[in-house]
Ligand binder design. Structure first.
Ligand code: DGT
Ligand code: CA
Ligand code: CA
Ligand code: ZN
Length: 579
């Protein structure tokens, strides 16, 4: 994982702070540079190590921005940004999460009322102080009150795709600290849950004070929330919360099992232990037959050093953390009936990608080359068609799609990997498809997705699409956006049954903002016999690596390689599409 996102976020923060101070033009330049850096297929950290000139190859990165990028990777900070933050000490990300509140508003409200946090914003709005500020009115104030709770909730949980890279970097950093014998991620981040309250990292060591100190010294720490003898909590990179716990190495396995959760999984495990006169907690597994003492470590200790040992002591096989949601995994582990889970390396191609023909940022050729460079054997090009939900000229009209088809075929004939032509058509509210049938018939791979009217039950609507003879994939079936909107309600079993009968695959869209279908839905879909396909919905070659979020979402739904269309080779996929 490159650190492109990280530096891009810093530049965006810089832009926000400038904008809050009323600076013109510059914020836009910084945002554009940030976007291009985020999408850059190579690690910007590597380029920065070669010097400012090496950053020339990224559009929009001029000398001034290049200098800041180099400074950031050399020193861990950008001095001008640190100064700006001191001048305007606001929780920018939290405040701008309120719909209708942008950086400019934040700047004005700080200047007029000293508002720095959501709580202060809410108090000021409730007291009627905001409408008294010049340029604000009663309507703006009411709007803030209406939207603040949603913003607070959404802001409390980071997307997996945002938090996971922090988790991996803190794990790598802590693993290298002297005195650390064992180190692992725990909690929701280890289970690959779609949103993350905080990142949990667990260390096994006898030197707790030194370990806690090294943790709070991690260069990415923005501010320490609390720090004790064996644990500490910090905010990294502004708003990702990271919790550390240090335990003795002998109890590391039990602690890891406990702090991985989920809570419901742990309850099921604990109940199983009780049935066998055993006790399981964060310190170990104990035989408590005839033991009266209710001390946590009372009884004969029979496991705790490794997680495998903990499960074994309870008569269970070890299971991947992705499965630990109390969806039958405890029973399966006891009966040696766990799934043979799909692995990240099993996925061989991507069937949902965009180019500059619609809202992607790269040409067909660049996306194909990017897929090949990522290691894929094939890619489908599926730009947005016109239709419901496509605003601002994003969707490509049928005539232009026919033009694009020629380009795709030309690129395909030269490419090192297999290239499927395709489209992402819209599923209208009545279930109809927004592209002419004869065009659909000419394309190799048709993805159909809901993009508008995403309230209420969508089962019949998606079933109609799945029954369409030319539709191969139902894209991001619910249309949810994590932390923003829940999307359609679905009777997954009914949809999956029809999809299976019609040879239509159901997508796990791996985009971190979506992860749609969810793990729970994947499990139902597979049980009903449907085929799953894991797509990134890539808008740039840099997005291909997000496939891992889709893989783990599918694993959370107990997916095996055979359940997933794009674990097949190109011929196998072609056979499915042609059937
Ligand atoms: P998050 O951070 O909200 O995304 O979700 P988690 O699952 O990471 O929850 P967190 O960070 O509060 O706690 C980490 C794990 O520790 C959790 O998955 C299970 C375990 N745990 C924490 N509190 C309790 C508890 O009260 N009972 C049980 N059984 N387990 C707990
Ligand atoms: Ca957590
Ligand atoms: Ca935690
Ligand atoms: Zn879409």
């Amino acid at each position: 994982m490159s650190r492109n996102d990280e530096i891009a976020s810093r530049l965006e923060e810089f832009a926000d702070l400038l904008e809050a101070q009323g600076v013109e033009y510059k914020p836009r330049a910084y945002r554009r540079a940030a976007e291009n850096i985020r999408d850059h297929p190579a690690a910007v950290e590597g380029l920065a190590a070669e010097g400012e000139d090496a950053l020339d190859e990224i559009d929009g990165v001029g000398d001034a921005i290049a200098a800041k990028v180099v400074e950031y990777f050399e020193t861990g900070e950008i001095e001008e940004l640190v100064e700006l933050r001191a001048e305007l000490p606001v929780e920018m990300a939290a405040l701008t999460a309120v719909e209708g509140v942008g950086p400019k508003t934040v700047g004005s409200l700080y200047e007029a009322l000293g508002i720095t946090t959501l709580d202060e914003l809410e108090a000021a709005a409730e007291a009627g102080e905001i409408q008294a500020v010049e340029g604000f009115g009663a309507k703006t104030e009411q709007n803030i009150l209406d939207n603040i709770d949603f913003a607070r909730e959404a802001h409390e949980r980071a997307l997996l795709g945002e938090a996971r890279p922090y988790g991996e970097r803190v794990e790598a950093y802590m693993s290298d600290v002297e005195g650390v014998e064992k180190c692992a991620l725990g909690g929701s981040i280890r289970r690959w849950k779609p949103t993350i309250g905080d990142v949990d990292v667990l260390v096994g060591s006898h030197d707790d004070a030194e370990i806690v100190e090294a943790f709070t010294d991690w260069p990415e720490v923005d501010r320490v929330i609390e720090s004790g003898e064996t644990k500490a909590s910090v905010y990294a990179g502004d708003d990702v919360r990271v919790d550390l716990r240090v335990v003795v190495p002998e109890e590391f396995g039990a602690a890891l099992q406990y702090f991985t959760g989920s809570k419901d999984h742990n309850v099921a495990v604990r109940n199983r232990a009780i049935e066998r006169n055993l006790k399981v907690n964060e310190y170990g597994v104990f035989d408590v037959e005839g033991v009266e003492d209710d001390n946590q470590r009372a009884g004969e200790r029979i496991a705790g050093e490794t997680e495998e040992g903990v499960y074994e002591a309870l008569g269970m096989s070890w299971m991947a953390p992705d499965l630990r949601e109390n969806r039958g995994e405890v029973e399966a582990a006891a009966n040696d009936a766990l799934p043979d889970l799909l692995e990240e390396g099993d996925v061989r191609g991507d069937l949902h990608t965009h180019t500059e023909w619609s809202d992607g940022g790269y040409t067909v050729e660049e996306m194909v080359e990017g897929a090949a460079a990522f290691g894929h054997d094939y890619i489908a090009i599926s730009d947005h068609a016109t239709g419901p939900g496509m605003v601002g000229g994003v969707g490509v009209p049928d005539e232009e799609l026919r033009e694009q088809l020629k380009e795709v075929e030309a690129v395909a004939s030269e490419a090192d990997i297999d290239v499927f032509s395709g489209v992402e058509a819209n599923i209208a509210e009545d279930g109809s498809i927004s592209v002419a049938d004869d065009l659909l018939a000419e394309l190799d791979c048709v993805v159909a997705s809901p993009h508008a009217a995403l309230d209420g039950d969508g089962t019949d609507r998606l079933i109609a699409a799945a029954e369409h003879p030319n539709v191969n994939v139902i894209g991001h079936p619910t249309g949810r956006f994590l932390n923003r909107r829940p999307g359609l309600d679905l009777d997954v079993e009914r949809l999956a049954t029809v999809a299976a009968e019609n040879g239509t695959a159901l997508e796990v869209n791996a985009s971190p903002a979506r992860l749609d279908l969810s793990g729970a839905a994947v499990k139902q879909a597979i049980e009903a016999g449907a085929t799953i396909v894991i797509d990134t919905d890539a808008h740039s070659p840099g997005n291909f690596e997000q496939v891992r979020y889709g893989v783990h979402t599918a694993r959370r739904g107990w997916a095996e390689a055979a359940d997933v269309l794009n674990t097949r080779d190109a011929d196998g996929v072609r056979e499915f599409l042609d059937a």
